[in-house]
Write a protein that binds this ligand. Structure first.
Ligand code: FMN
Length: 259
């Protein structure tokens, strides 16, 4: 089967889930093309199974991903199936996956399943704290099992379309509102005196909104993925002048996140 996986991942959780799914389909003998939406690798029109994944931000996947799906996913070839998935911190449910399901259904895909995998949270602002490594690694193991189960369940692929019949306008509006809010929230990022001007945050920002001038400048396109905070080698990036703990999945499991 010709399988394509595309995902957006701010801090590695969704990438991890995508690569686990890829691994299991490859073991079954399938050709799998798995890539971040940031690489721009196109989706072939001969795709038989398409999986699209992203993190949950306030009950939906980021508007950045929704827009990408609308613009870049080709109409389905005859009989093509799509499975949207997300990773979340388990704080809100998988509405966002329903939104992606509706977009994929509109392009002609049968959507027989959707999944949310609860992963260690990367979001420490407000009342949320960093999880202990024990809890975090238990969640990662659970995702390993659940992704394997998804792939092993061959019946899914011949299942009926479960994409929502009701309009997803409300939750799409939520993603839109979030994307406007994050633009302003992004102005609260700054680099402290530890900054070594390595440019890693500039290079890795999915919205190209960080610029290295005399000091780091955070622009108005932020989507709050928090990759800059968590990926900084010297932990120099603050939010609202406050230093938050970093989340690095590769410190919890043997795995390489996007550098
Ligand atoms: C701005 C922001 C908002 C978030 N909102 C939620 C939420 O509403 N519910 C939830 O369960 N997790 C929420 N999270 C946690 C992420 O969905 C979760 O950590 C996800 O696995 C991150 O995926 P990534 O590493 O692929 O970016 C949020 C994270 C961020 C950065």
């Amino acid at each position: 089967m010709n399988i394509v996986i595309r995902y957006f991942s701010g801090t590695g959780n969704t990438k991890f889930a995508a690569e686990e799914i890829q691994k299991h389909y490859v073991i079954q003998g399938n050709a799998v093309n798995c890539d971040s939406i940031e690489t721009g690798t196109p989706i072939g029109s001969d795709t038989e199974l398409l999986l699209i994944g992203g993190p949950i931000y306030a009950g939906n996947v980021p508007e950045h991903l929704i827009r990408w799906v609308i613009r870049n996913v080709p109409d389905a070839s005859a009989g093509a199936v799509a499975i949207p998935f997300s990773t979340s911190a388990g704080l809100l449910n998988a509405f966002g996956v329903t939104s992606l399901a509706a977009k994929l259904h509109k392009k002609g895909y049968t959507v027989p399943a959707l999944r949310t995998f609860v992963m260690p949270r990367n979001y420490f602002f407000g009342k949320y704290e960093k999880m202990s490594d024990d809890i975090a690694s238990q969640l990662v193991e659970k995702t390993r099992i659940e992704t394997a189960e998804l792939v092993a369940n061959q019946e899914i692929l011949s299942g009926a379309d479960i994409s929502p019949e009701k309009s997803t306008l409300g939750i799409d509006l939520l993603a839109e509102t979030m994307s406007v809010m994050t633009r302003f929230m992004g102005k609260s990022f700054s680099a402290n005196e530890n900054c070594i001007r390595c440019g890693k945050c500039v290079k890795n920002c999915p919205k190209n909104t960080i610029k290295l001038d005399k000091k780091l400048k955070f622009g108005l396109s932020c989507m709050m993925c928090t990759r800059c905070i968590h990926g900084c080698p010297v932990h120099a990036i603050e939010y609202g002048k406050k230093r938050y703990p970093q989340y690095r999945l590769n410190e919890i499991v043997q795995w390489k996140v996007n550098e």
